[in-house]
Unconditional design. Sequence first.
Lengths: 273, 356
Amino acid sequence: MPSPLLPSSLGSAEGRNPPVVRRPVIEIADLDFHYGTSQALHDISLSIAEKEVTAFIGPSGCGKSTLLRCLNRMNDLIDGARISRGAIRIRGVDIHQRDVEVMELRKRVGMVFQKSNPFPKSIYENVVYGLRLQGVRDKTRLDEAVETSLRGAALWDEVKDRLHASGLSLSGGQQQRLCIARTIAIEPEVILMDEPCSALDPIATAKVEELIHQLKLRYTIVIVTHNMQQAARCSDRTAFFYLGKLIEFAPTKDIFMTPSNPQTEAYVSGRFG
Amino acid sequence: MSQPTPNPFRATPSFSRTFESGVFWVLRSTAYIILLCGGFVFSDIVIKGSTTVFRPEFPFVNTTFLTEAPESLYVFEHEGVKREMGDREFRAFRESERLKAEAAGRTAPEIKATSYVYSAGGIFPCIVGTVLLVVGSMSIALCLGVASAIFLNEYARQGTFIRLVRLTILNLAGVPSIVFGLFGMGLFVIFLDWNVSLLAGWFTLALMVLPVVITASEESLKAVPQGFREASLALGATKWQTIRKAVLPFALPGILTSSILGIARVAGETAPIMFTAAFVVRDKLPWEDLERASDFFFQGVMALPYHIYVVSSKIPQNEYTERVQYGTAFVFLLIVALIATTSIVLRARLRRRYRW
Ligand SMILES: Nc1ncnc2c1ncn2[C@@H]1O[C@H](COP(=O)(O)OP(=O)(O)O)[C@@H](O)[C@H]1O
Ligand SMILES: [Mg+2]
């Protein structure tokens, strides 16, 4: 039997077996979530593997964003929103523990929003925002971070001559990539993306998808999308949600080719949603 | 040739048509009447005031009026000519007449002059006082107002209590300014023993405009997109860092807009300062003869609106006081316009820098 460490074993697994299972970065266990009195998530359990793209799909209002925002505790901002049961562990640490500093969590779990939201500052200042917060003043270090992050977000060539122009002077797709650059500038471990392409045209969408393929080499990515082709193109695993419940979670190929649940099948074949 | 078809859209006189145009004309004439009244008030002040402030000959501005303190005016006949002189000038003139007469070996004839208080000299101390009052009280009002708006909008959990606080603030805006004046006198002048002073006036005026500043600051904070806050927090910022770097800079133009309205109010109100900060007359300018730096804050000042009030109701009225009244009113309008223009320019700058 060949050693699992050998590259050949990876090659032989390709195409037939599920992707190589890596250590889970995020584990969600028996999660219930409420907005005030209305329950938005019911008994969710799933694991997110390292350096893979996990997609959340489902009709709108099914709780995809809610779950995503639980992962970096952005729901803390909403009055009355709370986790009523279960836990989320990142690298084994319960993120709702008392002694978890939420700022530290968010530095490790970055987020890109549905509506691109660069600050009305220069491109440069947008990228270094997170570093400045951490007190980095060194000009050369900031310059370097700007270049690597913009290259990482496939935006460098388009903006390198106008780093001091306003971030809002960019096109929609560029703005979204600027937001990605801003997120990777603080070198998070996980990047959460909430429908990052829903406001973009097909060409800009293709660029962002291309970018996701590259980012996957370095980051663990969770992406919410209501575009099933996008999930099929970019993700390694897909979770299908319906009415706040996790219906099916499996390698993307299986979800789209051989869904085991009739609701999943109906959704991916476009019969509802 | 066929008969031309009758126009189906032809206008027919009807009651609703007449009514429509009636409404239009009523509304239109209301607007014009208001414009007319405003124009009349302004042109009256500008025309009568500019005869006091401007001069037909070089340097075209009445520098005495703008740079000196008020004096009594002496009007008298001398060698058949009617002359008008300010207090100091008159005394010097009398002295020189006496010396001239002595040199000629005669006794000087008594000069019979009628005096009119505050009708000569200028209004420089009032200008200084008003500028000091505006700058100080607006600074206090902006600090307190923005701070409480941040608390109400960013930190406080929106509930019944906060709604009650907002309601109270709104009601405070409707309190007559004389009530603020009395309150300021009771609290600052008497209880805290600050006497009639700049500091007491600053706080009284600041309290008066605070509701406006808070309400408007809250509106400006609300207008900053939620996305900026979320983006900042998602990058690991604390709440205060987020407010300072991703909210406040973008709310600032709006906050300044509101404070422009506050400026006009602070500069113009007489009631709040008449018990707390304003002196009818004061020889020294605020920075003269200070023993300690802190004395600066504990002195009363003259102020333009209060001066107008004094010269138009506290002293006998005549043609000479009218000049002072209109001149002061004109300068007053100019100063408010100047301060407002400065803040508008500042706001436009900020807007250009932080647009979204
Ligand atoms: N801030 C909120 N307050 C109350 N209910 C909310 C809030 N945000 C979302 N919800 C509700 O939670 C459910 C899930 O919403 P969401 O997670 O945004 O769905 P999705 O992203 O899948 O479209 C919806 O029924 C929605 O109405
Ligand atoms: Mg959503």
